[in-house]
Design a binder for this molecule. Structure first.
Ligand code: NAI
Length: 248
């Protein structure tokens, strides 16, 4: 993978664990400075220490991505203190699953706010520093559920599918500015988000996945790293499913 002269700065939301953590570690291994973003300091500091112990470079930002002003400030502050912002990975996400007839307005709104609106806020804030360098890589983490739908996830599917449309709009708006925007759509991945699913649901998940297994976080991180790479400069508005064949 081609490396540039400058040390690229990557802002990764939801970096404390799971997919976000794997993405942060991978980008750090590739020589990027990684800004680790999540709500609580403890896990971020541990991750920062482990990245630094491995020879990488990282800093931490505590921020609720559902808080528009806080997220906007965090991005502006990152660009100001580090002098640049090159890569944005919108990964933070939550589920509030439930059948539609029983889903509250609050559970709908909260999932849209954390999973979709936050990505809009972050992209809008990051676009300025990216434009000033005429280089940027936006990678939004959607879900295969956003493509194929899933019962008891009306809110989550709306947000994840919204991310795909939004990313394509951003890709078109910034296509001539050196900024790409792409989507990674994971299938079922082994993380805390899926750990608590009842065994029957896990079994169903394997059955609807042609490869008959859950994916690993590093398999998502590799796809993100590609979209974030120097080499992916002619790739924009794409959705890459990393889902063991689900949804093909
Ligand atoms: P996870 O629950 O293990 O980690 C989520 C991360 O987001 C944590 O670091 C958490 O602290 C952070 N986060 C949540 N709400 C936040 C907020 N309001 N402000 C700041 N940070 C917040 O989840 P996982 O599995 O690593 O998922 C990461 C992304 O991948 C999510 O967007 C999820 O929807 C998506 N995804 C996950 C799949 C899976 O099977 N695990 C499948 C498809 C998509």
């Amino acid at each position: 993978m081609g490396m540039s002269e400058v040390k690229r700065v990557a802002f990764v939301t939801g970096a404390s664990r799971g997919i976000g953590r794997a993405v942060a570690e991978r980008l750090a291994r590739e020589g990027r400075h990684v800004v680790l973003v999540s709500r609580t300091a403890g896990p971020l500091n541990d991750l920062r220490a482990s990245i630094e112990a491995a020879g990488g470079s990282a800093s931490t930002v505590c921020c609720d991505v559902g808080d528009s002003a806080a997220l906007t400030d965090a991005i502006a502050e990152t660009a100001r203190t580090l002098g640049r912002l090159d890569i944005l990975v919108n990964n933070a996400g939550i589920t509030r699953d439930g059948l539609m007839l029983r889903m509250s307005d609050e559970d709908f709104d909260e999932v849209i706010r954390v999973n979709l609106r936050s990505a809009f806020i972050a992209c809008r804030a990051a676009a300025r520093p990216m434009m000033s360098n005429r280089w940027g890589r936006i990678v939004n983490i959607s879900s295969i559920s956003g493509r194929i739908g899933r019962a008891a996830q009306v809110n989550y599917c709306a947000a994840k599918s919204g991310l795909i449309g939004m990313t394509k709009a951003i890709a078109k708006e910034f296509a001539t500015k050196g900024i790409t925007a792409n989507v990674v759509a994971p299938g079922f991945i082994e993380t805390d988000m899926t750990a608590d699913l009842p065994e029957a649901i896990k079994e169903e998940a394997r059955n609807i996945t042609p490869m008959r297994r859950f994916g690993q976080v590093r398999e998502i991180a590799a796809a993100v790293a590609y979209f974030a790479s120097e080499d992916a400069g002619f790739v924009t508005g794409e959705v890459l499913a990393v889902a063991g064949g689900m949804g093909m």
